[in-house]
Design a protein around this ligand. Structure first.
Ligand SMILES: Cc1cc2nc3c(=O)[nH]c(=O)nc-3n(C[C@H](O)[C@H](O)[C@H](O)COP(=O)(O)OP(=O)(O)OC[C@H]3O[C@@H](n4cnc5c(N)ncnc54)[C@H](O)[C@@H]3O)c2cc1C
Length: 383
């Protein structure tokens, strides 16, 4: 019998390996990653600055330590460039690895916005520990940062930068912050709270050009306005990494398509984490990954299992105005009902036409306390 090969050593790859080792200590296990294989908590990348954490301080275990703990081979700095499904081989340049079962845990990549100007190539994004190290280095000489993208990650960075004493401009086409997760009154509550921290908002607008200046950058916006910045951070969203799977002939859609057992269209090949589209759902968050890893570990150790997902609210790391969201399933019919709280926060409930709670957005310290009772009323994400 050949090895189980896992592509990727992010939360998905390493959590799967850990769960697998709880069930099977002996099976040959190989993890391959294009980075240095260090284990770190990715959610900390957007709140590490105000805590003055360096990239090195965020490393919980090195690749060598992980290999020992997991009784696995961890192959680092190696980009897998093709898969031979018939021969069950993973290929990187001249090197190959045989597998019996293969798992894609290759994550997602930052979407690059089409921006003109001689400074466009200097725009940074933070989706890996190595990105964070670059970001920290550049920030050491910055007083003003422009963040492109008023979504979850953009708002978390805006809050973290503002807490670290940096002036922030957030720019994006949306009508209000976190537009894809919350109704307008909830977004406005966050906008107001971050505004009090010297975050400047440029909503319903986009950056068309980033030009170098002697001391930083000039951002020209579609509206005709402009913004000065020492650094430009893009938080325009992530796209699942599907090209390796697609090239091999595995079905892909928004992500690498799997059924509710995490199985792809090719026998013995599975996917989980930010790269996967599980039963039609792309769920790029920690909790779905933990559930998926436990389920897939059972299957890989010989006990075929089906993924079930309860409602999994996500905490948004904006301490200026704490938020918990639990979005309704995509395409759900219903409408938002919002109630303003004493502290200016919003208790926003998304109900179906027949009054069933399908999702919520809780903003501010008072509303956030309702998370547990409301979570219990929500339908499961995957039954
Ligand atoms: C700034 C930030 C803050 C976040 N905060 C939260 C939060 O508060 N709560 C929450 O629930 N979620 C949060 N998330 C989301 C969560 O962190 C991710 O869903 C999760 O970490 C993704 O893990 P992953 O293993 O799927 O992908 P990744 O961590 O991206 O790992 C992908 C792995 O694949 C490897 N790889 C890719 N291509 C290849 C190749 N061709 N060959 C070899 N190796 C390859 C990479 O090197 C890497 O090891 C946040 C995300 C970000 C970016």
């Amino acid at each position: 019998m050949h090895a189980i090969v896992i592509l990727g050593t992010g939360l998905a790859g390493y959590t799967l390996a850990r769960e697998l080792r709880k069930l099977d200590q002996d099976r040959e296990l190989i993890l391959i990653t294009q980075d240095d294989g260090a284990f770190y908590s990715k959610p900390m990348l957007s709140n590490a600055l105000a805590k003055d954490k360096t990239a090195a301080a965020l490393v919980q275990q090195s690749a060598e330590q992980m290999a020992e703990t997991l009784n696995a081979k961890v192959v680092t700095r190696t980009t897998v460039d093709s898969i031979d499904l018939d021969a069950r081989r993973v290929i990187s340049g001249e090197k190959t690895w045989k597998y019996d079962q293969l798992v894609f845990a290759v994550g997602a990549s930052q979407i690059t916005l089409p921006i003109a100007g001689d400074g466009a190539r200097d725009v940074v994004s933070v989706n890996t520990l190595e990105d964070y190290a670059v970001f920290r280095k550049k920030l050491s000489t910055c007083n003003r940062v422009a963040v492109m993208g008023p979504g979850l990650i953009g708002c978390e960075f805006a809050n973290d930068l503002a807490n670290a004493g940096i002036e922030v401009d957030v720019i994006g086409p949306d009508n209000h912050p976190l537009q894809h997760l919350m109704p307008e009154p909830a977004g406005r509550a966050l906008q107001h709270a971050l505004g009090e921290l010297q975050v400047n908002w440029h909503l319903q607008d986009t950056v068309s050009e980033v030009c170098k200046k002697e001391d930083g950058y000039l951002l020209r916006l579609k509206s005709g306005n402009s913004v000065d910045a020492d650094l430009v951070l893009s938080a325009a969203g992530l796209r699942p990494n599907t090209s390796l799977a697609a090239q091999a002939g595995i079905e892909t859609g928004r992500g690498i398509v799997t059924d509710n057992a995490l199985a792809t269209s090719s026998g013995g090949v599975f996917a989980l984490g930010d790269c996967a589209e599980i039963d039609g759902l792309v769920l790029p968050y920690v909790l779905p990954i933990m559930h998926a890893a436990r389920t897939l570990a059972q299957t890989l150790s010989g006990n075929a299992a089906i993924l079930k997902l309860p409602a999994m609210p996500v905490g948004v790391k904006t301490p200026a105005h704490p938020i918990v969201v639990s979005p309704a399933a995509p395409g759900s019919e219903g409408e938002w009902q919002c109630e303003t709280q004493e502290d200016g926060g919003q208790l926003a409930l998304f109900n179906s036409p027949d009054g069933i709670l399908l999702g919520f957005a809780l903003t501010g310290a008072i509303a956030v306390k309702q998370k547990m009772p409301l979570q219990k009323q929500l339908p499961p994400v995957l039954a």
